[in-house]
Ligand binder design. Structure first.
Ligand code: NAD
Length: 731
């Protein structure tokens, strides 16, 4: 055995220790399941063994199921993947049920052997589903530990009995934050929620577990759902109270997901049906819905983008092969909105920061941003005073460029102006070590142009953050024409240090993310100008699974920013500029003083507290509403195609080099319909042939911006998919 180790002591207690070699966190594999099964058989068959403790050889119990296992289950089953998944899941149920019944007489419920889970730390996913099948769960009092079932976050639901056991244990209402939101908590809170039984001092964990096993009576081993007459807390679905839970939960799920996330709905169905039948049938129902979910292309795409590929990118899938370039001291130039955020995330990751602005007041204000975030953390008990002092102690806010001495990375975030940026590049390079890497956080200026101000263009690169820096998970790394491998490696190592997800793209107007977002919001404004109701535009986007519609998004990012970008783009593109129609909306709004949320007036009206009230009546006065509103399907197609075609063009032009980055970047960068896994996954689900048909139709009616890229046409002709033709990404 390699993942589970079995030992017995003189008192007849078996200890099953989960300790996957070569990993800092246990994850459940096929082998792991087989080994655990063998350990349980030993416990139950050996008359000398009285009971067992299942624990971990690591600081944590387990991080969950290795999601590759699920993909394998599907792929290994050949012609009948659904059967493969169902059988795989049912065999896990049998194992956990064996633990739960522990050899007891099925009629008298007597004679079982006590099995206790002893959790030293974090227990997530199957790492909690396994304990839920044990007779008692004891956790070490480890405030850093997280206990929960996070599957819903990657488009799945707990399929190892966790859904049914938690619903049976807590009732549907109390279980819903853990199942439907993937809420994970520390051991004390998890105990208060009724999920685990005991929290003890870490050094008492195993002793207490053993004590419990030795003292356990037959009745302690019978799960409530196996006892006669068990009533689920809060009432079963046909009970008046239970009924209300499901009415509310269905409405809540639908209002959050608009029906595009299959997992939440399947979960709810599994619980609703599962609570009305005997427990073993309920597990079978859970397995059926889980299989159905796994067969839904959305789930596969979500797992692939949000889990497998996101992790691969974070681990440096596209990192050049150069030695460790982790950052020790970073210089941040410009302490405005972005610089202040960059300083905070860097210092928080343990990196020394020199934060420079033109005046000491501005530099101090930038540092105060960190104070603000840390103070909020203290209020919410997530940060200690000590930690606050350490983080702030790492930020040196100054106007003195000499302080940049010894910085191995510079991130420039001064005004978006070629001249200002060139000047600070020269000033910094006069001080920093000759081998330091210099990055600009520009959103619109070409990296290759900015690099001209540098004496070391191969050490010059773009590191593009999204706002607000401390919340947004994506960082776009941009290679200029001259950028060398070490600059890429350094940027990737830095992004890893600050625990964000990187994508690496080539230098072109608006790089990748903004290049796709701009046509999306522009399409929304075009629709408005043509006379579509603004609610139709924004709601179509939400029905596609976007967190906010394009008009609302413009209000959030501000119309004057839109006007500024439009002016600069027009100046750069001249006669090629395609967005005159949109400018009519943008510049008019700016002239009206409706700059968006920041001026409390945009496409929406706002009250004084900044709460959105509804769409501004002035829109209807200016852009006459069409008597016949466009079909919802057409509005959806226009909004979707505006973005995904841009993503395909970015790939075709070599701006994107890896579709995984295109997908992960879209979901994390601008909330691209997460259920789809990203633009390339979305196109794969739709099929290139159908996508081309839609494009041809839209192009004929709305113009060349919807022309299908040649790449897509070729794929349609050959019946290819993006992931099918890209072995590296598919692997
Ligand atoms: P900002 O105006 O809030 O901050 C710029 C800061 O730079 C100001 O504090 C200013 O005093 C300082 N500064 C100007 N000239 C300087 C000089 N010569 N030396 C030192 N400091 C100087 O702007 P921001 O929104 O933080 O944007 C900064 C950069 O980040 C821009 O290049 C912008 O395009 C880019 N960016 C912005 C966003 C966003 O959402 N705001 C997102 C990504 C990238």
């Amino acid at each position: 055995m390699t993942e589970f180790h079995y030992a017995t002591d003189a008192d007849g207690i078996a200890t099953i220790t989960w300790d996957v070699p070569g990993k800092s966190m246990n994850v459940m594999s096929f082998d792991g399941l087989r080994e655990l099964d063998a350990c349980i058989d030993k416990v139950l068959s050996d008359p000398a063994v009285k009971g067992a403790i299942i624990t971990s050889g690591k600081d944590d119990f387990a991080g969950g199921m290795d999601l590759n296992v699920l993909a394998e289950m599907r792929d290994q089953a050949g012609d009948n993947p659904a059967q493969g998944i169902f059988d795989g899941v049912m065999s896990t149920h049998q194992l956990l049920r064996k633990i739960e019944r522990a050899g007891m007489d099925p009629k008298t419920l007597k004679g079982g052997k006590p099995i206790v889970a002893a959790l030293p730390g974090t227990a997530m996913g199957i790492g909690l589903e396994l304990p839920l099948a044990c007779h008692r769960i004891i956790a070490a009092d480890n405030p850093k530990a997280r206990i929960g079932l996070p599957e819903i976050m990657v488009g799945l639901f707990p399929g190892g009995g966790g859904t049914i056991r938690l619903a049976y244990k807590l009732g549907a209402m109390a279980a819903s934050p853990f199942l439907l939101e993937g809420k994970a908590q520390d051991p004390q809170k998890t105990k208060a929620a009724g999920i685990i039984d005991e929290v003890v001092a870490p050094d008492q964990l195993l002793a207490r577990a053993k004590e419990w096993v030795l003292g356990a009576k037959d009745a302690d081993l019978v799960k409530p759902w196996d006892a006669k007459g068990y009533k689920v807390p809060g009432g079963a679905p046909y009970h008046p109270a239970g009924f209300m839970t499901f009415v509310g939960a269905s409405a809540m799920v639908h209002s959050k997901t608009f029906g595009v996330y299959p997992a939440a709905k399947a979960l709810l169905s599994a619980v609703y049906e599962g609570l009305q039948v005997p427990f073993d049938t309920a597990l079978k129902i859970e397995a059926r819905y889980f299989t159905q979910l796994m067969m839904n292309p959305s789930s596969g795409a979500m797992v692939r983008s949000l889990f497998v590929n996101k992790q691969a990118l974070e681990k440096g899938a596209n990192r050049p092969d150069v030695p460790d370039e982790r950052v020790k001291k970073v210089g941040v130039l410009g302490a405005g909105m972005m610089g202040a955020g960059i300083a905070y995330v860097s210092a928080n990751a343990g990196i020394e920061v020199v934060l420079i602005d033109a005046s000491q007041e501005a530099a101090d204000k930038g540092k105060a941003y960190s104070t603000g975030i840390l103070d909020k953390g203290i209020k919410r008990k997530k940060v200690t005073e000590d930690k606050k002092a350490q983080v702030l102690g790492r930020i040196n806010a100054t106007t003195d460029y000499a302080a940049l001495e010894g910085c191995d990375l510079i991130i420039e975030a001064v005004f978006e102006d070629m001249g200002v940026k060139a000047e600070v590049t020269k000033k910094a390079e006069a001080v920093i070590p000759a081998d330091a890497i210099y990055a600009s956080n520009t959103s619109t200026l070409p990296i290759s142009e900015l690099a001209k101000a540098s004496a070391r263009p191969e050490q010059f690169i773009g590191i593009h953050f999204f706002s607000p820096v401390d919340k947004m998970l994506l960082v776009e790394i941009i290679k200029g024409e001259m950028t060398g491998e070490r600059a890429v490696a350094k940027s990737l190592d830095y992004v890893r240090q600050i625990r964000k997800t990187p994508i690496v793209v080539n230098d072109a107007r608006f790089f990748y993310a903004n290049r796709c977002i701009i046509p999306y919001i522009n399409e929304g404004m075009r629709l408005l100008k043509e006379g579509a109701a603004p609610a139709l535009v924004d709601n179509a986007a939400r029905l596609l699974g976007f967190p906010v519609g394009p008009l609302q998004l413009v209000d959030e990012t501000s119309l004057d920013l839109g006007a500024k970008i439009a002016k600069a783009t027009k100046a750069a593109m001249g006669n090629e500029y395609p967005d005159e129609a949109v400018d009519e909306v943008v510049f008019w709004m700016v002239d009206e003083g409706r700059l968006g949320r920041k001026s409390n007036a945009g496409f929406f009206d706002y009250d004084e507290a900044g709460k959105r009230l509804g769409y501004w009546q002035g829109l209807a006065d200016r852009f006459e509403r069409l008597e016949d509103q466009p079909e919802l399907a057409e509005v959806k197609n226009r909004l979707m195609m505006a973005q995904v075609l841009e993503a395909v063009r970015a790939l075709e032009e070599g701006v994107l080099e890896d579709i995984r980055e295109g997908d992960v970047g879209a979901v994390l960068g601008w909330g691209f319909a997460p259920w789809s896994g990203g633009p390339f996954s979305w196109l794969d689900i739709l099929g290139a042939g159908r996508a081309v048909e839609i494009c041809d139709d839209l192009e004929a009616r709305f113009g060349p911006r919807f022309k299908a890229p040649q790449m897509l046409r070729d794929m349609a002709a050959k019946g290819e998919t993006f992931y099918g033709r890209d072995a590296k990404a598919a692997a």
